[in-house]
Design a protein around this ligand. Structure first.
Ligand code: PMP
Ligand code: GLN
Length: 404
């Protein structure tokens, strides 16, 4: 397909997914989930839960299909879901939103991010600042928009950025500071001073903050999620993205949303309406039910995942690995060097057959220049049943014994 012209090439290249002979490569998630399926390995790679979410939410989707909610919803999303999103934002972040103008329902957080980046940056003069390692879609969309990705490394094992490096990265060319908190793939929850610095820099350089907060309800250790839009000076320049995927264990439903000042939301809508127009009609009322669940539900999912993080992290530490403390998200990162890892991607391929466990190399989320800094680091997803995690840890233990 070398002679097929178009934006696919720079999109694939931006995400590090163009082979040396110019062919597109599947994402690391596609590759590793296929490897797990092929080998029968336990999949701690792609981040999706192996248990269903709340029954009320599932039931509401079934009822919606049964009651004819099967045609195009309105372009911005059904009014009751937009209202539920606004209520949820008031309840958990103390932010008041007009559901008619400041809330947009999207096809997952992925579409919200893609539409926002395509709407807000345009060409090589425009820079998007992100922390590295970064979620793969960011680099792909920045490349699709022909903009420049500027990365600020998150140093192992704390994964908090150096504030001077952050200051140096943000300039008047910065159109967007894209911050994912809690952070995929590292599991980091950023310190308050990091978030404050981002807001200060955005104000100084008139940049827009695009906040990917899909793990907003998965913050551990007694901490509360701090939505960056709540920091003084941020609200007028921040678009916040979230999704039903992680909060209600429905990654296949692809219902997300983006909220913020009406003119920014309008700009995103101008692009979004020609990407998918709309999506997921019967899932929209179901997600509204989920967003209105009681506080115990949201506290419960954090406690559940925190216990799973502990099980996984303890299991990995017991193998003699250094493990980063995950303050939130689905993910825990370990340094697999003691297990013989030299190149994390090769190691993860070997681990699938050697140990029967699939994980994701952090190098899949880095620029080539910084790849050596993350060369032996591996991301494990904790969003699996306790018995599955226990089995995975036992398999890793057996592998470590045979490798030593
Ligand atoms: N952002 C981050 C940081 C993610 O981990 C994911 C994957 N769930 C997404 C966005 C995409 O979310 P969705 O499945 O709602 O498109
Ligand atoms: N967000 C999921 C993860 O990080 C994967 C989503 C995808 O496959 N694109 O594991």
């Amino acid at each position: 397909m070398h002679d097929i012209r178009g934006a696919w090439r720079r999109t694939a290249e931006g995400a590090g997914l163009l082979s040396p002979d110019g062919l597109p490569i599947p994402t690391i998630f596609a590759e590793m989930s296929a490897l797990a399926a092929r080998t029968g390995a336990i999949n701690l790679g792609q981040g999706y839960p192996d248990e269903d979410g709340p029954v009320e939410v599932l039931e509401a989707a079934r009822a919606a299909i049964a009651h004819g909610v099967n045609q195009y919803p309105p372009g911005r999303g059904i009014p009751d879901l937009r209202l539920a999103i606004a209520e949820h934002r008031r309840r958990f972040a103390g932010i008041d939103l007009d559901p008619d103008t400041e809330v947009l329902v999207t096809v997952g957080a992925t579409e919200a991010l893609a539409a926002a980046l395509l709407a807000l940056v345009d060409g090589p003069e425009d820079e998007v600042v992100v922390f590295e390692p970064y979620y793969d879609a960011y680099a792909a969309c920045v490349a699709l928009a022909r903009a420049r990705l500027v990365t600020v490394p998150l140093p192992w094992p704390g994964f908090q950025p150096d504030l001077d490096a952050l200051r140096a990265a943000v300039t008047d060319r910065t159109r967007v500071i894209l911050v994912n908190n809690p952070h995929n793939p590292t599991g980091a929850v950023f310190d308050a001073e990091v978030l404050r610095e981002i807001v200060t820099l955005a104000e100084q350089h008139d940049a827009i903050i695009l906040a990917d907060e899909v793990y907003e309800h998965l913050v551990f250790d007694g901490r509360r999620h701090e939505s960056i839009a709540t920091i003084d000076g941020a609200a007028s320049r921040t678009l916040t993205v979230s999704s039903a995927a992680k909060t209600f264990s429905v990654t296949g439903w692809k219902i997300g949303w983006i909220t913020g000042p009406a003119p920014l939301v309008d700009a995103v809508l101008a692009v979004k309406q020609f990407l998918t127009y709309v999506g997921g009609a019967p899932f929209q009322p179901a997600v509204a039910v989920g967003l209105r669940l009681g506080d115990a539900y949201f506290a419960g999912i954090a406690a559940d995942l925190e216990a799973k993080r502990d099980l996984l992290a303890t299991g990995l530490r017991d193998l003699g690995l250094e493990v980063a403390h995950a303050g939130g998200s689905y993910f825990t990162v370990a340094d697999a060097a003691p297990l013989g890892a030299r190149d994390a991607a090769d190691f993860c391929r070997e681990l699938a057959t050697g140990a029967g466990v699939v994980a994701i190399p952090l190098t899949a989320f880095t620029t080539p220049a910084h790849r050596p800094d993350y060369a032996t680091l591996v991301r494990f997803a904790a969003c699996k049943r306790i018995d599955v995690l226990t089995d995975a840890v036992a398999r890793l233990r057996a592998y470590a014994r045979s490798a030593s």
